[in-house]
Design a protein around this ligand. Structure first.
Ligand code: ZN
Length: 191
C-alpha cells in the first residue's frame, strides 16, 4: 500500500500579515489549510518551517527580494512560530530548514531526529504528495519541484497557497507544469 501525503509549507507568522516578510493572504491560507486535515484520505500530514539562526546572505538590511530578504523566521522569535490559525496537532512530523543557509525547499529540511523529508516519506510508504502553503513562488515552488525530482507524484493545491508577486507566481506555475507537477484549482487573489 502506498499513499499520498500533505506537505504544509512554512505557514509561519513572519510570512503572514503582520510578519517581517508577509505574503498577502498568508493568514487566510493558515486557516484554510485546516480544511485539508481530515476526510481527504492522506496517509500522512507533515509541515515544513523556515528555521533561521544565521543564514548568511539570505538576510539583508537592503534586500533584493529575489536572493536576499529582510530577517525572518529567526529561531527564538514569534515570527518563526506557526500561525495561530493553523492546527498543528495533525502534523505527523515537522521539518526545519535553513538554520545556517538559505533553504527554500522542504526537502532540505530535517525532522527533530535528523531524518530528511524524502526518507521520512519513503519510510511511511508515501508515493504521492500534495503541496500547500507559503509562498507559492518560493518555498512551495521549490518543495514541489524537489518532490517531483524525488519521484513523488506531485500536486500543488493552488487555492491553499499565496504568493509574493503575480509575476513570479506565473513563472513558478509554468516551471512546475513543465516539471510534471499537477496544478489543482486556481490561484486565489488575496489583494
Ligand atoms: Zn528564509
Amino acid at each position: 500500500m502506498t499513499g499520498r501525503a500533505l506537505i504544509v509549507v512554512d505557514v509561519q507568522n513572519d510570512f503572514c500579515e503582520g510578519g517581517s516578510l508577509a505574503v498577502a493572504g498568508g493568514s487566510t491560507v493558515a486557516s484554510d489549510v485546516n480544511d485539508l486535515f481530515s476526510g481527504r484520505g492522506y496517509t500522512a500530514i507533515v509541515a515544513t518551517r523556515d528555521h533561521h539562526i544565521d543564514p548568511g546572505p539570505h538576510f539583508s538590511d537592503d534586500p533584493d527580494y529575489v536572493d536576499s530578504w529582510p530577517p525572518h523566521c529567526r529561531v527564538g522569535t514569534p515570527g518563526v512560530e506557526f500561525h495561530p490559525a493553523v492546527e498543528t496537532e495533525p502534523f505527523d512530523e515537522v521539518f526545519s530548514k535553513g538554520e545556517y543557509s538559505a533553504a527554500y525547499s522542504g526537502f532540505e529540511g530535517v525532522s527533530p531526529s535528523g531524518e530528511s523529508l524524502a526518507d521520512w516519506l519513503h519510510r511511511h510508504d508515501v508515493d504521492a504528495v500534495d503541496v500547500v502553503g507559503l509562498a507559492t513562488d518560493y518555498c512551495v515552488r521549490a518543495t514541489a519541484l524537489d518532490a517531483a525530482t524525488e519521484g513523488f507524484r506531485t500536486r500543488v493545491l493552488l487555492a491553499f497557497t499565496a504568493g509574493v508577486s503575480p509575476t513570479t507566481v506565473a513563472a513558478a506555475l509554468t516551471e512546475l507544469d513543465t516539471a510534471g507537477v499537477e496544478l489543482v484549482g486556481q490561484v486565489t487573489s488575496h489583494d
